[in-house]
Design a protein around this ligand. Structure first.
Ligand code: PSV
Ligand code: MN
Length: 388
């Protein structure tokens, strides 16, 4: 195995973007529980996100969702974030909550609806110009529920046409990241169901279009690390939306359901050069905290990504390659697993302390009194939720 200190040295390169919506209330179609201290405004969401960064040193940027986080003055919001010690990150578009989008947005058969969705993307690009954000994330709820309901072939053409309009407006340093999901809210067919479809559109668009891989958007049993390896190989892995799932798009804490899967994904990231900034892979969370504390939920999430990255960095790649080339199946498997089973938590605690961070950010959050303070301060008003 590689030396722990050398491996941890590379962790400096890891930054994980947190989503503004993780700090708001969320739930299932059965119930949304409200929680004391939940932010009422984007400014309060940013304050909570800044706390996560302050205690972990891992989350310097915050993704916004438009229109959920719409404000009058984005330059002021940018400064507000900077004063808190964070920056505004990816702008997530939203073409799934307007009545006109019932049968699709960028893929709708009606050109007027497609144009409305394109105009929303233009609005997001303008927001990006003011926030200094690099990425426009597009996830579409588009699809159909019944065979025959829509022209699945024509919808691909409309999608390509709409995406082209958006792509052509990107600024020099801006990118479009296209997220795929094989089901929900449409159940018969989804217009961007898989990485291949996303890749096909991104390849046609050009260099500034990349694939967004949301770890919750695959069928059970899908080998996600293979997709990571392939997209890195093609230079098309733009970003991750990290979360974890037992059944579907559960949006649970990344690494909670299957830490070994997260380790395997991070191993492919490391191997494919995805940790290096030149690779341009943005690591983001896309999660909801329905029953657990939201801020500690986010702290635990970024720590999980860091921990599995640290373990991935421990893999003795030289020995592994030799075993692989010799066809020594069990030695290769053993080398891989040795890294996964290594407890890096004490080394990570030391690593944090050496950087002036709390050894245990979860305990530090509890001791900080921050939750008590926001519970007392944030009384009245409308708590933020999925849609506000
Ligand atoms: C859709 O399930 C998704 O993963 C997209 O990224 C959305 O923007 C996000 O969830 C909303 O939570
Ligand atoms: Mn997502």
């Amino acid at each position: 195995m590689k030396d722990v200190a050398t491996a941890l040295g590379r962790l400096e390169e890891l930054a994980i973007e947190v989503p503004s919506w993780a700090y708001g209330n969320s739930g299932t179609r059965f119930k949304v529980f409200s929680t004391p201290g939940t932010p009422r405004t984007i400014q309060e969401k940013l304050a909570d996100a800044a706390k996560v960064h302050e205690l972990t040193g891992l989350a310097p940027t915050v993704a916004l969702h438009i229109p959920w986080d719409k404000v009058e003055d984005y330059s002021a919001l940018r400064e507000y974030a900077a004063d808190l010690g964070v920056e505004l990150g990816t702008i997530n578009s939203n073409t799934f909550q307007d009545d006109e989008y019932k049968f699709g947005s960028l893929t709708h058969s009606d050109p007027a609806v497609r144009q409305k969705a394109v105009d929303h993307m233009y609005e997001c690009l303008e927001v990006m110009n003011m926030t200094g954000s690099q990425d426009l994330k597009i996830w579409l709820a588009d699809g159909t529920n019944y065979p025959g309901q829509g022209n699945i072939r024509a919808r691909q053409d409309w999608l390509a046409e709409s995406l082209r309009k958006v792509y052509d407006r990107l600024g020099e340093d801006q990118r479009l990241v296209l997220e795929y999901k094989f089901f929900e809210p449409a159940f018969y067919h989804t217009d961007i169901p898989d990485w291949g479809t996303s890749y096909v559109h991104c390849a046609a668009l050009g260099e500034k279009a990349k694939v967004c891989l949301d770890t919750g958007h695959h069928a059970p049993g899908t080998n996600i690390e293979f997709i990571v390896a392939q997209l890195l190989r093609l230079g098309k892995l733009g970003s991750f939306d990290f979360n974890s799932r037992f059944y579907a798009d559960d949006d649970l804490i990344v690494g909670a359901a299957d830490p070994f899967q997260l380790f395997r994904i991070m191993y492919e990231v490391v191997r494919g050069g995805g940790l290096e900034s030149a690779a341009g892979v943005a690591f983001m969370l896309d999660q909801c905290h329905n029953i657990e504390g939201k801020i500690p939920g986010q702290i635990r999430s970024v720590l999980n990504v860091q921990e599995m990255t640290a373990r991935a960095l421990l893999v003795d790649t030289t020995a592994l390659e030799i075993a692989q080339n010799e066809g020594d199946v069990l030695t290769a498997n053993g080398i891989f697993n040795d890294a996964f089973y290594t407890d890096v938590r004490p080394a990570l605690a030391e690593w944090r302390e050496s950087r002036g961070l709390p050894a245990d950010p979860m305990t530090a959050f509890k001791a900080s009194g921050y939750q008590k303070k926001i519970n007392e301060d944030r009384v009245g008003g409308q708590q933020a939720g999925w849609g506000a």
